[in-house]
Write a protein that binds this ligand. Sequence first.
Ligand code: NAD
Ligand code: DAU
Length: 351
Amino acid sequence: MKRNILITGGAGFIGSHVVRLFVNKYPESMIYNLDKLTYAGNLENLKDIEDRENYMFIKGDIVDGEFIRVLFDKYKFDGVIHLAAESHVDRSIANPMEFVMTNVIGTVNLLNAAKAYWKDDFEGKLFYHISTDEVYGSLGEEGLFTETTAYDPHSPYSAAKASSDHFVRAYHDTFGLPTVISNCSNNYGANQFPEKLIPLFINNIKNNKPLPVYGKGENVRDWLYVEDHANAIDVIFNKGKIGETYNIGGNNEWTNIDLIKVLCKVMDNKLGREEGTSEKLITFVKDRAGHDLRYAIDSSKLQKELGWKPSLQFEEGIEKTIDWYLNNQEWLDNVTSGEYKNYYKEMYVGR
Ligand code: NAD
Ligand code: DAU
């Protein structure tokens, strides 16, 4: 089936993996990547597919409602996979309004544009919103987030994502817009901006810089390889039931400190350093404000109803990820020059 699919945020970390998957897997469909190219958006991520006939990049801001409306008329999108967002919790603490603008207003602009363009002819149409497990808040030592866990966001980032999820459901319930939402746990893999834990620490280990562990490093995250998330998005886009929510997770919980020790050990080995060398870089710093203790996802609905499951064991995924950053020094150099240095100073110096 030929479809015109709009993917927002396709130059970012997860978005670039989704764009590549769709361009390769659906040659009969046209894939439009709409991205503002903020600090987190990088067209280098898509060099290998940029010349493909079924791919087009559009530079633009989802906060500009009129621009988005015109795009729908021009390119006749029948499917939307919405990933564009401000995505880093620490930045949301420093500048919440940016997160309200992109994550909330931007999402409502897209919903309005889809509603206006599709009118009441929803046959074959889908608005798919990519969300996060952080909307559910924080778990204690036991239990898992399910699709019916009550929302309880704690950071400006998760509050903005929760708000956008509510708008997506409201447009389904009020206007009949065909929507689906997925809430995923922490992703890791190639092309992640080195402000997030794993690429930041890989880069710092490599450069013998301190590893800033927030608080005691006891917080727990459930890590999923990014290509497994992209595969889940493909499955949900094609087989998901309209109006439903699907949780996506790796069933792979780690305390930050244990995960960091694995990174140190694997990197000592790869860099030919004596075991224990990189662990000496661990530095405990002031905790993140409102730091959620534990995230863990129950993805059994997605596994049972749509047949998805993660393909990679963590040990394999983390090796592949470290190798990617070690083999892509130019990519790291490009994204850590300029503005990144100011960001790093503001976030970490004196913490
Ligand atoms: P990212 O920060 O790497 O990429 C975000 C992309 O959105 C960038 O390319 C950026 O240029 C673009 N963008 C930002 N503001 C925009 C605007 N106003 N208009 C158009 N484009 C804009 O983020 P990511 O980690 O790839 O996350 C993608 C989505 O997945 C987000 O919605 C995030 O909430 C969600 N998510 C992320 C994770 C994770 O672990 N990274 C887990 C679950 C869900
Ligand atoms: O759970 C899904 C979410 O995962 C996504 O919605 C977010 O977009 C994504 O950024 C991620 O959020 P986290 O806050 O969990 O990821 P981050 O990589 O920032 O941090 C992971 C853990 O590591 C967290 O407990 C904070 C800690 N940390 C992070 C950084 C950057 C440190 O101890 N030191 C650091 O320097």
